[in-house]
Design a protein around this ligand. Structure first.
Ligand code: FRU
Length: 486
């Protein structure tokens, strides 16, 4: 069917056909990024879970690969999990393999009608085909709520560490291993942050700490990311993070606060790439379990978020922030559509190229007023639909996103409006991001806050309209993006 349907994202990954959810097994080796994902090869709603697979050199141009892991019978599912590069052959699966072509081990949950267990499979061809380990399962606690193993290498203790969820006990359990086959329980992280109804997809990652939004301090800190579904603050599913310390066995959070990674409603089950050295790269599933099975796209459903690079910053006002920014987009930058200063208002014509755009706006407050507003609106000239964003200076600045003006999907739980609780500007307000056919991804202040918002318009959004109240001006750049599918 190709990738040119009206609502098909052009710079976000989506499967050619059928239903996708969580990213799985993200790893980078030898110039190639591998992404697996929860995939139903036989339907356009969730179920029949396999691991789909795609590869990329730049995280924007993806090559679809054959399905990597399939269940043995129709009542089983290969649920979410992770992958590692076993360079030292700790698992013993890769005896005769050359060190320039190390083996890959996938660690996943096998979901059966009676229980969920942790299983492994190994690949001798760099992650394209896998053999399931004959000694599976590697962890079985006789539970039907035990899933989503994410494994990392902990250099200080020279051990593999797995974070895995006990969803209905609001717990993440840490296990350690030296061979990926034998796992020993190390500790339990339980009842922290926002509980919702279930904990899923835990990820433990070491992240660079910044001195300000932009400046890397050279230090690192650990972050535990936990996805919650259902029961998120804005409804359905969301992802929260805990900054803290990890000593190889126990994770100790800084505090008990609940912090979200995204103020939109469409960023779930976030996972980080294994093997990206000192960069923390990751992406999430750009959807929400409340409506993912009924959104109006065909012949596929769901997309991933943009690939993002992460850092931590302890903002003096907002406390710990998980800074995220799109990874280098130079391979998809196309023609510049507008670049210049705006006072009062400006309409920018969109429509060139793939239908995906990068926007970058720096708002300055030249003259303060009691209330001021800056509106950034994507408009369809044929249907008059509007996708709105804006900055409100009223009792302190805040930022909103409003998808109620797009009319292609009418569902009570498809929440209309999102806003930051507080939007701290640094001498001005930086708003940038990507509009991509059905996804708006917005970043504020060098990625200190971000929102992923799906939208479903009937008409093509072909105009970007900026209007500024007196006292505000903006430097604006809008650039068309190339399709990642070309
Ligand atoms: C999260 C999740 C995981 C599970 C997978 C099944 O979205 O529910 O907990 O492994 O999806 O597809």
């Amino acid at each position: 069917p190709g990738y040119n349907q009206t609502r098909r994202p052009q710079v976000h990954f989506s499967p050619a056909v059928n239903f996708m959810n969580d990213p799985n097994g993200l790893f980078y080796y030898n110039g190639t990024y591998h992404m697996y994902y929860q995939y139903n090869p036989t339907g356009i709603t969730a179920g029949n879970q396999h691991w789909g697979h795609a590869t990329s050199d730049d995280l924007y141009h993806w090559h679809n690969q054959p399905i990597a892991l399939s269940p043995e019978s129709p009542d089983e599912g290969i649920f979410s999990g992770s992958a590692v590069v076993d360079v030292d052959n700790t698992s013993g699966f890769f005896g005769n393999q050359s060190s320039s072509n190390p083996g890959i081990v996938a660690i996943y949950t096998l979901n059966t009608p009676s229980k969920e267990t942790q299983n492994i499979a190994y690949s001798t061809d760099g992650g394209y085909t896998f053999t399931k380990y004959s000694g599976n399962p590697v962890i079985d606690i006789n539970s039907n709520q035990f899933r989503d193993p994410k494994v990392i290498w902990h250099a200080d203790t020279k051990k593999w560490v797995m974070a895995v969820a006990l969803p209905t006990q609001f717990s993440v359990v840490f296990y350690t291993s030296s061979d990926l086959k034998n796992w020993k329980k190390a500790s339990t992280f339980s009842h922290h942050g926002w509980l919702g109804n279930q904990f899923e997809c835990p990820n433990l990652v070491e992240v660079p700490v910044h001195n300000s939004q932009q400046q890397n301090s050279g230090e690192t800190k650990w972050v535990l990311v936990v996805s919650v579904n259902p029961g998120a603050p804005q409804g359905g599913s969301f992802t929260q993070f805990f900054p803290g310390e990890f000593d190889g066995t126990d994770f100790t959070p800084e505090d008990d606060a609940a912090r979200w990674v995204d103020f939109g409603k469409d960023n779930y089950a976030m996972q980080f790439f294994y093997g990206t050295e000192n960069k923390t790269l990751g992406l999430g599933w750009a959807s929400n379990w409340q409506y993912t099975n009924i959104v109006p796209t065909s012949p596929w459903r769901s997309a991933m978020t943009l690939p993002r690079q992460y850092a931590l910053w302890n903002d003096p006002v907002l406390s710990w922030q998980f800074i995220s920014n799109p990874t280098d987009m130079s391979t998809i930058m196309n023609k510049n559509l507008f670049s210049g200063k705006v006072t009062k208002s400006k309409n920018i014509k969109l429509g060139d190229g793939s239908g995906a755009y990068y926007f970058d706006i720096y708002v300055s407050q030249d003259q303060g007023q009691a209330t001021q507003r800056a509106n950034f609106t994507f408009i369809s000239s044929s249907t008059k639909e509007e996708l709105r964003m804006g900055l409100l200076m009223d009792n302190g600045p805040s930022f909103f996103i409003d998808r109620s003006g797009t009319k292609g999907f009418d569902y009570p739980l498809f929440t209309d409006k999102f806003a930051t609780i507080q939007y701290g500007g640094i001498g001005g307000w930086h708003v940038y991001g990507v509009l991509d056919k059905m996804i708006l991804e917005t970043f504020l202040n060098e990625g200190e806050q971000s929102a992923t918002t799906t939208y479903f318009s009937n008409g093509v959004l072909d105009k970007f309209s900026i209007s500024l109240d007196t006292g505000l001006s903006a430097t604006v750049n809008v650039t068309a993006l190339k399709s990642g599918w070309d």
